[in-house]
Ligand binder design. Structure first.
Ligand SMILES: [Zn+2]
Length: 415
């Protein structure tokens, strides 16, 4: 058997089984008993609701992944790839345009398969549990804007990669790597000004007690930033959050309007202190560097794979091409990509625990941050007792009860 076909099939089947098993274990850990820590945060009814929400979203996710995996398996085994390549070759006038058509066919097909599940999630599940604020119009507009953005950015990047690999051969991965790094820095700079406003409206936080408190705190931590904004997140979802956009001295603090409604001043400052902790401790920089290193390795491997004829044979393509080689390598490298993700999330959980120390270190003390964590968890109907395997494989943050326990033990040690 073709070794690449074996890798794809094993990854597909293995990934599917692993995901179903982990989700099954995770749902079994749902307990009707509310953890003591959350007494007073949830009432019995809301806690029951949160469990039902998890059950429904998990089931839908399982169905969605099963459908996507089946589609890919059928496409692979029934000759979908050579058919798509045939269309791309007959319509395209060169490697770049053929490549764009080939990629567009695959992207449209797999996006279309995900679409009904996304709509069901937003308009049935999120709606039922009171999260959804999206109208059909916002949903469709988001979809169109997202698709256009992906087509433009993805199209430019993919064309460039095809051209570079077509001309430069084995050294192309290094050029692509450098270009990718520059591109990411560019996007990080322009996203707050040019991309995010396509989806949301940003308003400066008005003068007042909250603004003064945030500015005072930022100054006390020597934290440089360029303004505090609120974002109309409530147009889409009732869930709350806060984040920083941009970097360096150009960082903007963005608060979801939903956060402002549900959180008091001490909790908001504590949440921001946690976020500032990520910057102060260089977490953002370290994760970016890790991402770049992983991308470099993947690009290097890709450059070796695309000159291997067996890769094309595995997908039943008669003609080798740079564009198909790039996309097909993606399927071969996906287990490695997944492994990198698991490692990255382990690092991220560690960073979260570190930043939590900063969240507790405000004039309002540990309990303000704990209160914020609880409200966020209850608000987003978080699984309070997830299965450890689920945490290891998928969580970028430690489970909320673990974070609270750690914060409390740190607080008691410092006295
Ligand atoms: Zn964090």
């Amino acid at each position: 058997m073709n070794p690449y076909l074996a890798i794809v099939l094993v990854a597909l089947l293995g990934g599917w089984l692993l995901r179903l098993a982990v989700d099954y274990l995770n749902l079994r850990r749902l307990s009707p008993l509310l953890p003591e820590e959350f007494a007073g945060v949830y009432d019995a009814e809301r806690y029951r609701k949160s469990q039902e929400y998890l059950r429904e979203t998990t089931r839908l996710g399982g169905l969605r992944e099963t459908a996507a995996d089946l589609l890919l398996a059928a496409f692979l085994l029934l000759g979908g790839f050579p058919a798509a390549d045939g269309i791309a070759r007959s319509l395209g006038r060169g490697p770049v345009s053929s490549g764009l058509i080939f990629a567009a066919i695959l992207a449209l097909l797999f996006e279309a398969a995900h679409l009904p599940f996304r709509a069901y999630r937003v308009f049935r599940i999120e709606e039922k549990f009171g999260f959804n604020r999206m109208t059909a119009k916002t949903f469709i507009l988001d979809l169109v804007k997202g698709a256009l953005l992906a087509a433009i950015i993805g199209g430019i990047m993919f064309s460039a990669v095809i051209a570079i690999f077509g001309r430069l051969g084995p050294a192309a991965w290094l050029i692509c790597w450098a270009a990718l790094a520059l591109f990411q820095i560019f996007v990080a700079f322009i996203a707050p000004a040019a991309i995010l406003p396509l989806f949301n409206k940003f308003t400066p936080l008005p003068e007042g007690e909250l603004r003064t408190a945030i500015e005072d705190f930022a100054r006390s931590r020597r934290f440089r930033m360029k303004g505090i904004f609120t974002m109309d997140a409530s147009r889409r979802s009732a869930k709350s959050n806060a984040f920083f956009a941009g970097f360096g001295a150009f960082k903007k603090i963005v608060l979801f309007d939903t956060l402002l409604k549900k959180f008091g001043l001490p909790e908001i400052v504590a949440v921001l202190a946690h976020e500032m902790g990520h910057f102060r401790r260089r977490h953002v920089l370290l994760l970016t560097a890790w991402g770049l290193a992983a991308q470099g390795l993947l690009l290097f491997l890709l450059s070796r794979l695309i000159s291997d004829e067996r890769l094309f044979a595995a997908f039943r393509l008669e003609n080798a091409s740079v564009y198909a080689g790039i996309i097909l390598s993606g399927f071969i490298l996906s287990p490695l990509l997944w492994t990198f993700g698991v490692l990255e999330r382990a690092v991220s959980r560690r960073f979260e625990r570190e930043a939590d120390r900063d969240g507790a270190d405000t004039p309002f003390g540990t309990e303000a941050f704990v209160a914020a964590l609880k409200t966020l968890a209850a608000d987003n109907l978080t699984h309070l007792t997830p299965h450890p395997l689920k945490v290891v494989l998928e969580y970028s943050h430690p489970p909320v009860l673990e974070r609270i326990r750690l914060l409390r033990s740190q607080a008691s040690q410092s006295f």
